[in-house]
Write a protein that binds this ligand. Sequence first.
Ligand code: ADP
Length: 191
Amino acid sequence: MNLILLGPPGAGKGTQAKRLEEKFKIIQLSTGDMLRAAIASGSDVGLKAKSIIDSGGLVSDDIMVQMISERVDQDDCKNGFILDGFPRTVAQAEALDVMLAEKGLKIDHVIELKVDESILFDRIRTRIAETPEAERRSDDTEETLRTRLQVFKEQTAPIIPYYADRGALKSVDGMASITEVSGQIDAIVAA
Ligand code: ADP
């Protein structure tokens, strides 16, 4: 089973992806985590990505599509994967369709976590406060969050109608408790 989780920064994609990983023995592919690992390793991609991420912008579609394409080919994705943070632009969504078709794969469910913008600031503020400074993400600041939300609205939100038009989109109430959101997601994947 292959899934896409959609939603703004702080919507809870990572939390739900981790749970789905356990429950269905499929792999979470978080492009944010993959980019942070690339930065930590000092690779070319990491070097290019660091300043873009810290400013709240988006890494180029080409790099991201390539990164995901190589990752889904690996053995541990055989059972399925959860895309978290990808696609983030309509161009990435289009490239994903082509790439998966070439590999003979498809997405089974596109799940949108709907959350009001007003609570996202509170959630990220809490995440910042609860994370020891040494472990804090360099893009988890209020200023960067403002940019990330703006970028989400301008570049990522248009992929919601992209999937809705294809009849692939299911929405859940991301404001509900973690357990309730999990329940709503389980009902979608069981259907
Ligand atoms: P969040 O969901 O909290 O916004 P992520 O951990 O998913 O954060 O991503 C952090 C940053 O990594 C993004 O702000 C962006 O700069 C970069 N990034 C992650 N995924 C993509 C992608 N698919 N395309 C372009 N940039 C990406």
